[in-house]
Design a protein. Structure first.
Length: 161
């Protein structure tokens, strides 16, 4: 009987934590997303080697690849979030401002049109448009099959927003 009560208490505690984490998540504001495609793969294995350049992509287990366009008007924000796998982010127009949850100084990085960044997956971050024109961003995400591409996260204590 004590084991049943202890297990029930643990389950109730986990449910309360899940509800609290959801309540603390920061919302997406003003972003318009268009999913171009989602492809399912058994695994990904690609390798290119030349004398001056090389690339490698390897996954183990079923994998989904998402290709998405995001349009962020001035002031739009993705809110604090993470991803279960890596994403390649390319800024087509405008400028993004990126904040990383593990940066104790909350120093922003700006990413201008024609450049981008890699999100390794698992890191908590916030991306927003702090400029005066719309920002258009293309994202290719590689995630475990069936996983949610985006995970809402509470704001870390190191940033004032």
């Amino acid at each position: 009987m004590k084991r049943l009560i202890g297990g029930t208490g643990l389950l109730v505690g986990l449910v309360v934590l899940a509800i609290a984490a959801t309540a603390l998540a920061t919302p997406v504001i003003g972003v318009k997303s268009t999913v171009f495609a989602i492809g399912a793969f058994d695994e990904l294995h690609a390798k290119t080697l030349t004398p001056h350049w090389q690339a490698r992509i390897d996954t183990k287990g079923a994998t989904d690849v998402h290709v998405i366009e995001n349009v962020l008007p001035p002031g739009a924000s993705f809110g604090w979030h993470s991803h279960p796998g890596p994403s390649i982010v390319v800024v087509k127009s405008g400028t993004l401002t990126l904040y990383r949850g593990d940066d104790p100084t909350c120093t922003p990085t700006t990413v201008a049109a024609g450049s981008g960044f890699i999100d390794d997956g698992g890191d908590v971050h916030l991306v927003r448009n702090e400029g005066t024109v719309d920002t258009v961003v293309y994202v290719t995400s590689i995630v475990p099959h069936g996983a949610m591409r985006r995970i809402d996260e509470p704001a870390p204590g190191n940033c004032p927003f």
